[in-house]
Design a protein around this ligand. Structure first.
Ligand SMILES: NC(=O)c1ccc[n+]([C@@H]2O[C@H](COP(=O)([O-])OP(=O)(O)OC[C@H]3O[C@@H](n4cnc5c(N)ncnc54)[C@H](OP(=O)(O)O)[C@@H]3O)[C@@H](O)[C@H]2O)c1
Length: 272
């Protein structure tokens, strides 16, 4: 199976599918999922301080003898760790626990409130110090991103948001593309809510693929980095087996018309 990459505006390459590890238990469950992931071809892993499994992810990778430069790992500053000093201290703790010199990508998990400006200054500092290879945000709306132009010295390279055909955030996607911010799709499988939708199943039949594979491929064809999560070996494999087909324009149009503003996770629209 063929991995593919996107290039961030600072030229860092990022594999276009990452294994999400949200709600994976630290310890054996996370370690097994990472092992299955590596076997299937994943080299990109999406964790967060909130998930409490940063250490399990890197333990698994080290246990497999994967060289540091051969995997891409993201973490995110937790909501409780906003503020300049808190962000830096908590990030150092994440590095220590994961026994890493750097994460590849460091994100602010949630826009929180005015304090996000201080937190961003901390990320800029960490980036300049080369303690991460790229910085970005998560759950930021256009309003939050526009505001960054007023206070940021380095603009975000990534915005990670919920994105799937049932939450087709086209305006946000256009904005990010125009501003050279790579959009990452979290909950690309709708957290399981729409995985058996009949409209989706009809399209899957055309390609002899599963509904999950269609959802992931749709995200890739939108130009996104896609972050599906599973703990099961056969699904982890299935979710990566999407590089041997293309969804045609007609079916893309049908998928593009499924939007119902469905949010399966957080809604940041009202965060001031
Ligand atoms: N930045 C943020 O605020 C944020 C928020 C949410 C998520 N995320 C990131 O995005 C990742 C993915 O999001 P998510 O975990 O919410 O949801 P998701 O990937 O959309 O869906 C995961 C659910 O779908 C099931 N599943 C996985 N593969 C499947 C398949 N091939 N067929 C049928 N069902 C399948 C999983 O169950 P099994 O595990 O039992 O297979 C799980 O219940 C997270 O792990 C995290 O890294 C980020």
């Amino acid at each position: 199976m063929n991995n593919q990459y996107k290039t961030l505006k600072n030229q860092v390459k990022i594999p276009s599918i990452g294994l999400g590890v949200y709600l994976m238990e630290p310890g054996d469950q996370t370690r097994c999922a990472i092992q299955y992931g590596i076997k299937a071809g994943y080299t990109h892993f999406d964790t967060a301080q909130l998930y409490q499994n940063e250490q399990s992810v890197t333990d698994a990778l080290n246990g497999l003898g994967i060289k540091r430069e051969n995997f891409f790992i993201t973490t995110k500053i937790n909501r409780l760790n906003h503020g300049y000093d808190n962000a830096i201290e908590s990030y150092q703790q994440s590095l220590d626990e994961a026994k890493l010199k750097y994460f590849d990508l460091l994100l602010i998990h949630w826009p929180e409130g005015p304090i996000r400006k201080e937190t961003w200054k901390a990320l800029e500092h960490l980036y300049r110090e080369k303690r991460c290879r790229a910085i970005g945000v998560s759950n930021y709306t256009i309003k939050h991103l526009e505001e960054m132009k007023e206070y940021a010295e380095i603009l975000p390279m990534v915005n990670q948001v919920e994105f799937h055909p049932y939450l087709y955030q086209k305006k946000l996607l256009n904005y990010c593309q125009k501003n050279d911010i790579l959009l990452q799709a979290y909950s690309p499988l709708t957290h399981g809510e729409k995985i058996n939708d009949e409209k989706l199943s009809k399209i899957s039949l055309n390609y002899n693929k599963t509904n999950a594979q269609i959802l992931i491929k749709w995200g890739l064809q939108q130009g996104l980095v896609v972050l599906p999560k599973s703990t099961k070996e056969h699904r982890i494999q299935e979710n990566f087996d999407v590089f041997d087909f293309e969804i045609n324009n007609n079916d893309m149009d049908i998928l593009n018309s499924l939007n119902e503003n469905l949010r399966t996770c957080w809604n940041p629209s009202n965060v001031e």
